[in-house]
Design a protein. Structure first.
Length: 277
Protein backbone atom coordinates (compact mmCIF):
# COMPACT_ATOMS: atom_id res chain seq x y z
CA UNK A 1 0.00 0.00 0.00
CA UNK A 2 1.27 3.47 -0.90
CA UNK A 3 2.36 5.73 1.93
CA UNK A 4 -0.42 8.15 2.80
CA UNK A 5 -0.28 11.58 4.37
CA UNK A 6 -3.28 11.92 6.68
CA UNK A 7 -3.90 15.52 7.78
CA UNK A 8 -6.37 15.99 10.61
CA UNK A 9 -7.85 19.13 12.15
CA UNK A 10 -8.12 19.15 15.95
CA UNK A 11 -11.17 20.98 17.32
CA UNK A 12 -14.38 19.30 16.22
CA UNK A 13 -12.46 16.68 14.26
CA UNK A 14 -9.81 14.72 16.14
CA UNK A 15 -10.73 16.09 19.57
CA UNK A 16 -14.06 15.06 21.08
CA UNK A 17 -16.36 17.39 22.99
CA UNK A 18 -14.24 16.93 26.11
CA UNK A 19 -11.26 18.34 24.22
CA UNK A 20 -9.28 15.09 24.11
CA UNK A 21 -8.38 12.35 21.63
CA UNK A 22 -9.95 9.03 22.58
CA UNK A 23 -7.68 6.10 23.42
CA UNK A 24 -9.16 4.14 20.50
CA UNK A 25 -8.29 6.92 18.04
CA UNK A 26 -4.76 7.32 19.41
CA UNK A 27 -4.19 3.57 19.14
CA UNK A 28 -5.32 3.36 15.51
CA UNK A 29 -3.32 6.42 14.46
CA UNK A 30 -0.23 5.01 16.17
CA UNK A 31 -0.68 1.78 14.18
CA UNK A 32 -0.90 3.77 10.96
CA UNK A 33 2.26 5.66 11.87
CA UNK A 34 4.10 2.41 12.57
CA UNK A 35 3.05 1.14 9.12
CA UNK A 36 4.79 4.14 7.54
CA UNK A 37 1.88 6.49 6.97
CA UNK A 38 2.41 10.16 7.85
CA UNK A 39 0.02 11.40 10.53
CA UNK A 40 -0.20 15.18 10.49
CA UNK A 41 -2.20 17.39 12.81
CA UNK A 42 -3.38 20.51 10.95
CA UNK A 43 -4.72 23.13 13.33
CA UNK A 44 -5.15 26.82 13.97
CA UNK A 45 -3.70 26.33 17.45
CA UNK A 46 -0.15 27.21 18.43
CA UNK A 47 2.17 24.24 19.03
CA UNK A 48 1.76 24.01 22.81
CA UNK A 49 -2.02 24.14 22.60
CA UNK A 50 -1.99 21.55 19.84
CA UNK A 51 -0.30 19.18 22.28
CA UNK A 52 -3.01 19.72 24.91
CA UNK A 53 -5.51 16.86 24.90
CA UNK A 54 -3.36 14.69 22.63
CA UNK A 55 -0.90 13.34 25.23
CA UNK A 56 1.88 15.16 23.43
CA UNK A 57 0.67 13.92 20.02
CA UNK A 58 3.15 11.04 20.02
CA UNK A 59 0.97 9.30 17.42
CA UNK A 60 1.70 12.13 14.95
CA UNK A 61 4.71 12.70 12.69
CA UNK A 62 4.07 16.41 12.11
CA UNK A 63 2.01 19.31 13.43
CA UNK A 64 0.95 22.05 11.03
CA UNK A 65 0.17 24.81 13.53
CA UNK A 66 -1.16 28.37 13.41
CA UNK A 67 -3.39 27.53 10.41
CA UNK A 68 -0.34 26.71 8.29
CA UNK A 69 2.11 29.39 9.42
CA UNK A 70 4.45 26.81 10.99
CA UNK A 71 5.28 23.11 10.67
CA UNK A 72 6.91 21.00 13.38
CA UNK A 73 8.34 17.48 13.11
CA UNK A 74 8.28 14.89 15.88
CA UNK A 75 11.91 13.94 16.46
CA UNK A 76 10.75 10.50 17.66
CA UNK A 77 13.49 10.34 20.29
CA UNK A 78 13.36 13.14 22.84
CA UNK A 79 9.65 13.93 22.57
CA UNK A 80 10.60 17.26 21.04
CA UNK A 81 9.08 19.04 18.07
CA UNK A 82 11.56 20.54 15.61
CA UNK A 83 10.47 23.54 13.55
CA UNK A 84 10.92 22.72 9.87
CA UNK A 85 8.93 25.55 8.26
CA UNK A 86 7.60 28.93 9.33
CA UNK A 87 6.20 32.17 7.95
CA UNK A 88 6.72 34.62 10.80
CA UNK A 89 5.45 38.18 11.18
CA UNK A 90 7.92 41.01 11.74
CA UNK A 91 7.72 42.99 14.98
CA UNK A 92 7.33 46.20 12.96
CA UNK A 93 4.13 44.89 11.41
CA UNK A 94 2.78 43.77 14.78
CA UNK A 95 3.54 47.18 16.25
CA UNK A 96 1.60 48.78 13.40
CA UNK A 97 -1.37 46.48 14.04
CA UNK A 98 -1.24 47.30 17.76
CA UNK A 99 -1.33 51.03 16.99
CA UNK A 100 -5.01 50.59 16.03
CA UNK A 101 -5.91 49.39 19.53
CA UNK A 102 -9.10 51.11 20.71
CA UNK A 103 -10.23 50.43 24.30
CA UNK A 104 -13.81 51.13 23.30
CA UNK A 105 -13.78 48.38 20.67
CA UNK A 106 -10.89 45.98 21.26
CA UNK A 107 -10.81 43.33 23.95
CA UNK A 108 -7.25 42.15 23.36
CA UNK A 109 -4.61 41.56 20.70
CA UNK A 110 -3.26 38.03 21.02
CA UNK A 111 0.33 37.71 19.81
CA UNK A 112 1.31 34.10 19.24
CA UNK A 113 4.74 32.49 19.16
CA UNK A 114 5.33 28.73 18.92
CA UNK A 115 4.66 28.11 22.62
CA UNK A 116 2.59 30.93 24.07
CA UNK A 117 -0.19 33.41 23.46
CA UNK A 118 0.72 36.88 24.72
CA UNK A 119 -2.27 39.12 25.46
CA UNK A 120 -1.68 42.79 24.65
CA UNK A 121 -4.18 45.33 26.00
CA UNK A 122 -2.23 48.61 25.78
CA UNK A 123 -1.31 48.63 29.49
CA UNK A 124 2.36 48.67 28.46
CA UNK A 125 4.30 50.07 25.52
CA UNK A 126 4.04 47.68 22.56
CA UNK A 127 7.79 47.83 21.78
CA UNK A 128 8.62 46.79 25.34
CA UNK A 129 5.88 44.16 25.23
CA UNK A 130 7.46 42.52 22.17
CA UNK A 131 11.03 42.50 23.47
CA UNK A 132 10.85 39.02 24.96
CA UNK A 133 8.89 37.45 22.10
CA UNK A 134 11.33 35.85 19.68
CA UNK A 135 9.25 34.74 16.70
CA UNK A 136 5.70 35.92 16.07
CA UNK A 137 3.80 33.39 14.01
CA UNK A 138 0.35 34.97 13.94
CA UNK A 139 -1.88 37.54 15.65
CA UNK A 140 -5.54 37.43 16.57
CA UNK A 141 -7.70 40.39 17.53
CA UNK A 142 -10.77 39.98 19.73
CA UNK A 143 -13.42 42.65 20.12
CA UNK A 144 -15.91 43.77 22.74
CA UNK A 145 -18.72 43.27 20.23
CA UNK A 146 -19.00 41.34 16.94
CA UNK A 147 -20.13 44.53 15.17
CA UNK A 148 -16.53 45.79 15.14
CA UNK A 149 -15.13 42.73 13.36
CA UNK A 150 -16.24 43.73 9.86
CA UNK A 151 -15.09 47.31 10.46
CA UNK A 152 -11.54 46.27 11.28
CA UNK A 153 -11.45 43.59 8.61
CA UNK A 154 -11.82 46.42 6.07
CA UNK A 155 -9.28 48.64 7.86
CA UNK A 156 -6.59 45.98 8.23
CA UNK A 157 -7.11 44.58 4.72
CA UNK A 158 -6.59 48.04 3.25
CA UNK A 159 -3.69 49.08 5.49
CA UNK A 160 -1.81 45.76 5.37
CA UNK A 161 -2.15 44.30 1.84
CA UNK A 162 0.86 42.05 2.54
CA UNK A 163 -1.08 40.22 5.25
CA UNK A 164 -3.85 37.65 5.33
CA UNK A 165 -6.72 38.98 7.45
CA UNK A 166 -9.81 36.84 7.93
CA UNK A 167 -12.82 36.53 10.19
CA UNK A 168 -13.01 33.48 12.44
CA UNK A 169 -15.91 32.32 14.60
CA UNK A 170 -16.63 29.72 17.25
CA UNK A 171 -18.63 26.57 16.52
CA UNK A 172 -21.89 28.29 17.41
CA UNK A 173 -21.21 31.43 15.37
CA UNK A 174 -21.63 33.53 18.50
CA UNK A 175 -18.13 34.94 18.90
CA UNK A 176 -16.10 36.34 16.00
CA UNK A 177 -12.53 37.61 15.83
CA UNK A 178 -9.80 38.43 13.31
CA UNK A 179 -6.83 36.20 12.51
CA UNK A 180 -3.79 37.89 10.95
CA UNK A 181 -0.82 36.13 9.35
CA UNK A 182 1.49 36.42 6.37
CA UNK A 183 -0.40 36.45 3.08
CA UNK A 184 -0.49 32.98 1.61
CA UNK A 185 -0.61 31.16 4.93
CA UNK A 186 -3.01 28.22 4.61
CA UNK A 187 -3.29 24.84 6.29
CA UNK A 188 -2.94 23.05 2.96
CA UNK A 189 0.32 24.84 2.21
CA UNK A 190 1.73 23.52 5.46
CA UNK A 191 0.58 20.09 4.34
CA UNK A 192 2.41 20.63 1.04
CA UNK A 193 5.61 21.27 3.01
CA UNK A 194 5.14 17.98 4.86
CA UNK A 195 4.46 16.16 1.58
CA UNK A 196 7.67 17.59 0.11
CA UNK A 197 9.71 16.44 3.11
CA UNK A 198 8.22 12.94 2.90
CA UNK A 199 8.47 12.57 -0.88
CA UNK A 200 4.74 12.10 -1.32
CA UNK A 201 3.96 14.78 -3.90
CA UNK A 202 5.92 13.29 -6.80
CA UNK A 203 5.24 16.41 -8.83
CA UNK A 204 1.48 16.02 -8.54
CA UNK A 205 0.71 19.60 -7.66
CA UNK A 206 -1.03 22.30 -9.65
CA UNK A 207 0.24 25.90 -9.79
CA UNK A 208 -1.46 29.00 -11.21
CA UNK A 209 0.38 32.33 -11.07
CA UNK A 210 2.90 30.76 -8.71
CA UNK A 211 0.14 29.90 -6.21
CA UNK A 212 -0.79 26.38 -5.23
CA UNK A 213 -4.37 25.66 -6.29
CA UNK A 214 -4.55 21.94 -5.62
CA UNK A 215 -2.71 18.76 -4.70
CA UNK A 216 -3.47 16.16 -7.33
CA UNK A 217 -2.57 13.16 -5.22
CA UNK A 218 -5.04 10.74 -3.64
CA UNK A 219 -2.43 9.65 -1.12
CA UNK A 220 -3.01 12.94 0.70
CA UNK A 221 -6.17 12.86 2.82
CA UNK A 222 -7.50 15.74 4.92
CA UNK A 223 -10.19 15.78 7.63
CA UNK A 224 -11.95 18.87 8.99
CA UNK A 225 -15.16 20.34 10.30
CA UNK A 226 -14.91 24.15 10.26
CA UNK A 227 -14.81 27.01 7.79
CA UNK A 228 -11.04 27.32 8.24
CA UNK A 229 -10.75 23.75 6.90
CA UNK A 230 -12.56 24.35 3.60
CA UNK A 231 -9.49 25.26 1.54
CA UNK A 232 -7.63 22.26 2.94
CA UNK A 233 -10.48 19.90 2.05
CA UNK A 234 -10.87 21.39 -1.43
CA UNK A 235 -7.19 21.45 -2.34
CA UNK A 236 -5.87 18.24 -0.81
CA UNK A 237 -6.22 15.02 -2.80
CA UNK A 238 -9.14 13.69 -0.75
CA UNK A 239 -11.14 16.01 1.49
CA UNK A 240 -13.28 14.47 4.23
CA UNK A 241 -15.78 16.48 6.28
CA UNK A 242 -16.88 15.26 9.68
CA UNK A 243 -20.48 14.24 10.24
CA UNK A 244 -20.66 17.13 12.72
CA UNK A 245 -19.14 19.63 10.24
CA UNK A 246 -20.88 22.82 9.19
CA UNK A 247 -23.11 22.41 6.09
CA UNK A 248 -20.84 24.70 4.01
CA UNK A 249 -17.89 22.46 4.84
CA UNK A 250 -19.74 19.29 3.84
CA UNK A 251 -20.61 20.86 0.48
CA UNK A 252 -16.91 21.21 -0.40
CA UNK A 253 -15.78 17.75 0.74
CA UNK A 254 -15.29 14.60 -1.33
CA UNK A 255 -16.58 12.44 1.51
CA UNK A 256 -18.43 12.83 4.80
CA UNK A 257 -17.75 10.56 7.77
CA UNK A 258 -20.65 8.46 9.07
CA UNK A 259 -19.63 9.22 12.64
CA UNK A 260 -18.93 12.42 14.56
CA UNK A 261 -15.84 13.56 16.44
CA UNK A 262 -17.42 12.04 19.56
CA UNK A 263 -17.62 8.65 17.85
CA UNK A 264 -14.04 8.30 16.56
CA UNK A 265 -15.23 9.51 13.17
CA UNK A 266 -11.76 9.92 11.64
CA UNK A 267 -10.42 6.42 12.28
CA UNK A 268 -13.77 4.76 11.59
CA UNK A 269 -13.71 6.37 8.15
CA UNK A 270 -10.11 5.32 7.55
CA UNK A 271 -10.79 1.73 8.60
CA UNK A 272 -13.77 1.33 6.32
CA UNK A 273 -12.81 3.27 3.22
CA UNK A 274 -9.17 4.02 2.78
CA UNK A 275 -6.67 2.28 5.01
CA UNK A 276 -6.40 -1.31 6.17
CA UNK A 277 -5.64 -0.80 9.86
Amino acid sequence: MDKKLIAIDLDGTLLNSDGIVSDATKLHLQKLKEKGHIITIATGRILNRALVGTDGAEFANYIVSDAGAAVFKNDGINKEWKEVYTQALSKDIVENIASYYDKGKFMTINICDRNNIHHYDQTVNITEFLENINEIIHVSVSFINNEFVEEYLKIFTKKFPMLKVEIMQDSFGEVKWLEIAQKGVEKYKGIVEVAKLEGILNGKICFIDFGIVGILNENIIAFGDGLNDVEMLKKCGIGVAMQNALPKVKEKADYITFRTNNENGVVEFLKEYLVDI
